[in-house]
Design a protein around this ligand. Sequence first.
Ligand code: G3P
Ligand code: CA
Length: 299
Amino acid sequence: MAALLAAAFGAVALTGAPVPPSAQQSAPQSAPQSAPQAAAGPGGWIRPAGAPPTVFAHRGASSAAPENTLVSDEVARRAGAEWIEDDVQPSKDGVPYVLHDDTVDRTTDGTGRIRDLTAAQLDALDAGSWFAPAYAGTRLPTLAAQLEDLRTRGGKLLLEIKGPHTRDEVARIVREVRDHGMTDRVFVQSFEVDALRHARELAPELPLGLLRSTLDADPVATAHELGLAAYNPSDEALSARPGAVRDLHAAGVAVNVWTVDRPARWKALADAGVDGIITNRPAELAGWNAAWSPPGTAG
Ligand code: G3P
Ligand code: CA
C-alpha cells in the first residue's frame, strides 16, 4: 500500500507535495473530520448553517488512483474526504464486489460481466494497471474488504447499489454492513427503486438516497414514498430546477449532487444550499471547502 500511496499522491497534481516517508509507513487511524457535520435522524442529513458541503469522493479519489479500490479510498481519506462513494455488485457466486461497470473490461486486466465471474476469478484480476503501471497488483475489493478497511482506517461509505438487485442480493449487502459493525457509517444510495425498497425493509436503520438523472415532478412525494434521507440528483438535473433543494429541505430531505468537478459549480451548488457534493476531485473540494465562506460573509 505504501508504494501505491506514494504513486497516488504523486499523481495529485494540485496538492503538489509528495507523501512524507512517515506517512507512507503508517495509515491514519481515523478520517480527517471537518466540523460541523450533519448528524443522522429526521432532517439530520441537512447541512448545518455555515457549514460547507460534505465532500463525497466519487469512486474514491478517482482522479488520482484507480477507482473503486482500497488505494483510491485511502487517497480520498488522506485528502480530507469525509465520505467515500463506491459501487457494489455481486459476483456469479453472490459475493458483493466494489465495481462500477457491469463488466470488468475497462478497469481490470480481465474481461466479462461481473455477474458471470466467480469470486475466485475476480480475486485474480489486476484492478490497477489500467490506471497507471505504479498501481499494478491492486485488487478488486470485496465489499467485506472495503468495509473492514474503512472500519480500521476511518471514513464513511456512500454505498451505491449498482444495477438491479434481488432482495437476497440486497440482504447479503446488509449482512456485510452489519457484520462489520458499520451501520452507523454507511449511507445507501441507488438509481434502483426496488433495491432501495429492499434495503428499507431489510435494514430500516440505514439511511437511503435516490439517485436521479432527471428530477421527479414532485421530488418530495418520491422521497416520502421511498423513505429517503437524501435525494441525489445529477448536477444537470438540479440545474433545471434548483428550487427543489428548498422543497426537499422543508421536508427534511438532504440533497447531494453528482458528479461535480468544477469550482464554479461547487460555488453555485453551495450557494443553492445543497448538502453534499460528489466529486472525482475530493482533495481539491476539501481544500476549497476549507476556504469557503457562506454567502454574504467576507471570504
Ligand atoms: O454517486 C453518484 C454517481 O456515482 C452516480 O453515477 O455512474 O458514477 O455511478 P455513476
Ligand atoms: Ca456510483
